[in-house]
Design a binder for this molecule. Structure first.
Ligand code: ATP
Length: 238
């Protein structure tokens, strides 16, 4: 079986500095796959490259059997790969509904778009309650929900989430993690980048540990959660 996403020996550099040094991993349809690792490991760089925002210096990316190298970012969205970026990047002056609609900018099926806006409100009721308010009035956690809702508006086959738990209260984080599991149950494949290794590995089918631009360990979420080196380095155990 071919995976939905296959990354082979991917290399990405900022000028002379190689931030991603030849990583390989795959994401099977229907799975949650997580990339964990400390600051600067290259996780965000990897997602930005998969989205077409950065150009790799080497390696291969296959999405749904199609090579992504050299494909522009908007085309990548239309192929079914959506990105909810780190730091959220919502539009603070636009309303919540307007922000959601921006996620559907490549679609023109009006009825389907309306249905998906409703689905975002069902997933995150706070967004529905405040739909006419400027998105900048939302709390950090609510903005994270909006960013996820907006990414879903492109009806992605693969949803990439960059640190969805960043800066959230434990309750908000729990809510986001539950939503990720719900999205998987509804058929969305997810690539999750997280610094919160405990939360990410608890729900991931597969995980990859990144350190300074390389994948140093891979396994099922459960295996990594019980791995002694992971527990020491990422789960704060002695
Ligand atoms: P974090 O969780 O802190 O975002 P990360 O694993 O996502 O970490 P990246 O953001 O991908 O890591 O960064 C990987 C390396 O690339 C780091 O050393 C970082 O300083 C460097 N880097 C990231 N963006 C740029 C840039 N625009 N120009 C130069 N170097 C960069």
């Amino acid at each position: 079986m071919t995976a939905l996403l296959e990354v082979e020996d991917l290399r990405v550099a900022y000028g002379k500095i190689e931030a991603v040094k030849g990583i390989s991993f795959s994401v099977e349809a229907g799975q949650i796959v997580t990339l964990i690792g400390t600051n600067g490991a290259g996780k965000t760089t990897t997602l930005r490259t998969l989205s077409g925002l950065l150009k790799p210096v080497g390696g291969r990316i296959l999405f749904d059997g199609q090579p992504l190298t050299g494909v522009p970012a908007h085309k990548i969205v239309s192929l079914g790969l959506a990105h909810s970026p780190e730091g959220r990047h919502i539009f603070p002056r636009l309303t919540i509904t307007e922000n959601l609609l921006l996620g559907a900018y490549l679609r023109n099926d009006k009825a389907g778009i309306e249905k998906d806006v409703q689905r975002a409100y069902d997933l995150f009721p706070i967004l529905g309650e405040r739909r006419k308010q400027a998105a900048g009035t939302l709390s950090g956690g609510e903005q994270q929900m909006l960013a996820m809702g907006r990414a879903l508006m492109s009806q992605p086959k693969l949803l990439m989430l960059d640190e969805p738990s960043m800066g959230l209260s434990p309750i908000m984080m729990q809510k986001i993690m539950e939503t990720i599991v719900e999205l998987k149950a509804a058929g969305t494949t997810i690539l999750l980048v997280e610094q919160n290794a405990q939360a990410a590995l608890s729900l991931a089918d597969q995980g990859h540990v990144m350190e300074v631009g390389k994948v140093v360990l891979s396994g099922t979420g459960a295996d990594l959660l019980h791995d002694e080196s992971v527990r020491k380095a990422y789960l704060g155990e002695d």
